[in-house]
Design a binder for this molecule. Structure first.
Ligand code: SF4
Length: 717
């Protein structure tokens, strides 16, 4: 009913939630978004899921931050209080006082400069955001590297696909996807592992379902059987934590039954013999009791994978969020390579990116070991190039990652790398980090914390200074989706009160830190920032100019010249490694860091759900989405509910060695016996109070998908 007659304007942008990157149009009346239409973008063909279509009203929430805030003198930071804080009704005026931008910026940059100059450059760190634009990510990491003076900059990619990135850079030389989601239409077999696409990448799932209707075979491999299983040819409900056992059994079968692509291996693969030797102990018959999948099913799936006209692997955090996440991804790379199912249409590797701009933020250098475009800070040539490009001396040692930074905050005073001050832009580690009691204690222990956000998040409650930022529809900028598409969003509405665009705030912070930047032009110089970033990433996006994005909305990289249409499929004739070949890395079974035992007999699996996004700071403030899923629930199978004396709707207490929540239970027979699934979007029952901060040694990603918990009837939810 919202026709062009009754809206003031229609503004083209991109959905701000998941990495699918659906293009959309905001219908605006009186500076308010009144509805959203799907646009005919390459990733969505006008489709939107419930979040994209109905989740826009968070921007108009009365809880938006509209003025800078400074912690009142003498009000202590109390991380324990967060456990009982009602995000929607808590009165922050007892903790913070309002301030002008000049006062807030002077106070926070003064405090950060003082720490840098008295305690050293390693005493500061910054978390940028995968919810911001590429330009914001680029400027944020540049500020940390040149203004703070170290590489202590990271963001939530560390909690998401860091292990996939480690394996992909090592194996194929590029961390991005080889083929775009819609290419499943050319696949004979679609291997979905550790992913719940109908919940977490809903529009991407429509491509998979359509392909299945046309004859492609979906294999779902996951300890939890989710909705995509209804469309699957085979469902491998393997035991949680046994990914390497199951995947090595598939590789074993391919080799054992002579199904390898020998020509591909000889021309394009390194280290095949070592892989072959390693999987000798992983026959399906030996692995069946370990992973819980019958040997004949493993063999059947391996055969179909190898023989399919194209076999595409799509994976999510079920693969990456383990202490063996990098090994899991190494096995997926090996399976593709030994079957030659990569470098052609309908095959290849696709780690489904979570946040709307986690791909772009990583590309732009918002990671502690790489400059923009994945140039290692330890690489002398890259280091020299960026010193010259930015005209500043730069640190040549990798910085600390998200979870490492929390540990470094609590390091003894004598540690020269102890972190004492932080700038957090648009992330909520007080909800998203593992072992929240530890993370919240760390954040509260900082000598100075400045948080830039649109809401008073749990992290902002622990800040010294809070800077009111802009929601995505209030800004113009680019984001990069899971398909390597750089896409432009235009500003649709004005920010409320004295809230300001993040790009402006980062530039004010930089000026306060003594940097002399000059980005002129509309929207705080966004096109000029993009142009600088394009130069820094010329081997990927040289052909994607700002003007072209204004014209075309969406362009795929690699794209090296103006006339280049971009490459939807990569690795057709070479991989991005030094010698152009895949480098296989054999993997062996490494158990989860914390196994169930008599005291904590269940496995906790955390994740997302369709209606809510990550820590829920946006979607819990969206009327439609919060009405659809208004409360935290713990999913268990019917048999476990019965054994625990619980009925759906009852309250149970779930407890790990680190924390506990009281939560309503729901029946979900897709959850395996002995496991409980809890989404991490609910501040009332924060799942991460219980999770384990043990890290994968390569990607430094925490084991969100596996820790031991006990469950008992009762508690106060
Ligand atoms: Fe937004 Fe993702 Fe839904 Fe598309 S699939 S509308 S990008 S949340």
């Amino acid at each position: 009913q919202v026709g062009s007659q009754i809206v003031d304007k229609k503004v083209d942008s991109v959905c701000p939630f998941c990495g699918v990157g659906c293009l959309l149009t905001y219908n605006v009346k009186d500076n308010k978004i009144v509805s959203v239409d799907g646009r005919d973008g390459p990733a969505n063909h006008s489709r939107l899921c419930v979040k994209g279509r109905f989740g826009f009203d968070y921007a108009h929430s009365p809880q938006r931050l509209t003025v800078p805030l400074i912690r009142k003198a003498g009000v202590a930071k109390d991380p324990q209080a967060l456990q009982h804080l009602n995000r929607h009704t808590a009165d922050w005026s007892e903790v913070f006082r309002e301030a002008t931008w000049d006062e807030a910026l002077a106070l926070t940059t003064g405090a950060l400069k003082n720490l840098r100059d008295t305690k050293g450059k390693k005493s500061l760190a910054g978390f940028g955001s995968a919810k911001g634009s590429n330009e914001e990510a680029y400027l944020f990491q540049k500020l940390v590297r040149t203004g703070f003076g170290s590489n202590n900059v990271d963001h939530c990619t560390r909690l998401c696909h860091a292990s996939s990135v480690a394996a992909l850079l090592e194996g194929v030389g590029s961390a991005a996807v080889s083929n775009q989601v819609h290419d499943v239409e050319n696949a004979g077999l679609i291997f979905v592992i550790g992913s719940n696409p109908t919940g977490n990448h809903p529009v991407a799932a429509t491509w998979m379902k359509n392909a299945a209707k046309k004859g492609a075979k979906i294999v779902l491999a996951d300890p939890r059987v989710t909705d995509i299983g209804r469309h699957a040819w085979r469902t491998l409900q393997f035991k949680a934590d046994t990914d390497v056992a199951m995947l090595n059994a598939l590789i074993y079968t391919v080799i054992d039954e002579g199904l390898t692509d020998q020509e591909f291996i000889s021309q394009r693969v390194n280290n095949y013999e070592a892989l072959k030797e390693n999987v000798k102990g992983y026959s399906p018959e030996a692995m069946a009791p370990i992973c819980g999948i019958p040997a004949h099913t493993l063999r059947e799936v391996a055969r179909e994978f190898a023989r399919a006209k194209g076999a595409m692997i799509l994976w999510g955090m079920g693969v990456s969020q383990h202490v063996h996440g990098t090994d899991n991804a190494r096995c997926l790379i090996a399976l593709s390579a030994v079957t030659g199912q990569i470098g052609k249409p309908g095959s290849g590797l696709h780690p489904l990116r979570g946040q709307n701009n986690v791909q772009g933020a990583s590309d732009a250098g918002l990671i502690p070991m790489m400059f923009p475009n994945y140039q290692r800070v330890t690489n002398q040539a890259a280091h020299g190039w960026f010193e010259n490009f930015w005209g500043m001396k730069l640190d040549d040692q990798p910085g600390y990652t998200v979870v490492e930074i929390m540990h470094k905050i609590l390091a003894p005073d004598s540690d020269p790398h102890k972190i004492r001050g932080m700038y957090i832009m648009g992330e909520n580690p007080a909800m998203s980090d593992p072992d929240l009691n530890h993370a919240r204690h760390a954040l509260a222990s900082l000598e100075h914390l400045v948080v830039q956000d649109i809401f008073m998040t749990e992290t902002a409650w622990l800040a010294d200074v809070v800077l009111p930022a802009s929601a995505w529809p209030e800004k113009t900028g680019t984001v990069t989706n899971t398909d390597r598409m750089v896409q432009l969003g235009q500003q649709a509405i004005e920010p409320p009160g004295d809230a300001r665009p993040d790009l402006w705030i980062v530039q004010q912070m930089a000026a306060g830190m003594g940097l002399d930047w000059d980005y002129a032009g509309e929207h705080h110089g966004v096109a000029a920032v993009y142009e600088e970033m394009r130069q820094a990433m010329h081997t990927a996006i040289a052909g994607i100019t700002w003007e072209r994005l204004v014209r075309e909305s969406s362009v795929t990289y690699p794209c090296l010249s103006e006339g280049d249409p971009g490459a939807p499929i990569v690795f057709m004739d070479h991989f991005d490694t030094d010698d152009g070949r895949v480098h296989l890395v054999p993997a062996d079974i490494i158990p989860a860091n914390e196994r169930p035992d008599a005291e904590f007999p269940f496995v906790l699996i955390t994740g997302r759900q369709l209606e809510h996004w990550h820590t829920g700071s946006m979607t819990r403030r969206s009327e439609v989405l919060d009405a659809l899923e208004p409360m935290a629930t713990a999913s268990l199978c019917g048999a476990d509910l019965l054994a625990l004396g619980l009925a759906p709707g009852d309250v149970a207490t779930v407890q790990s060695r680190r924390g506990r929540v009281a939560i309503h239970v729901r029946r979900d027979d897709g959850t395996p016996p002995g496991a409980v699934f809890i989404p991490f979007a609910y501040y009332e029952a924060a799942a991460n109070l219980m999770t384990n901060a043990a890290l994968d040694p390569f990607g430094k990603i925490p084991e969100f998908k596996y820790c031991a918990v006990a469950i008992r009837h009762g508690g106060t939810a």
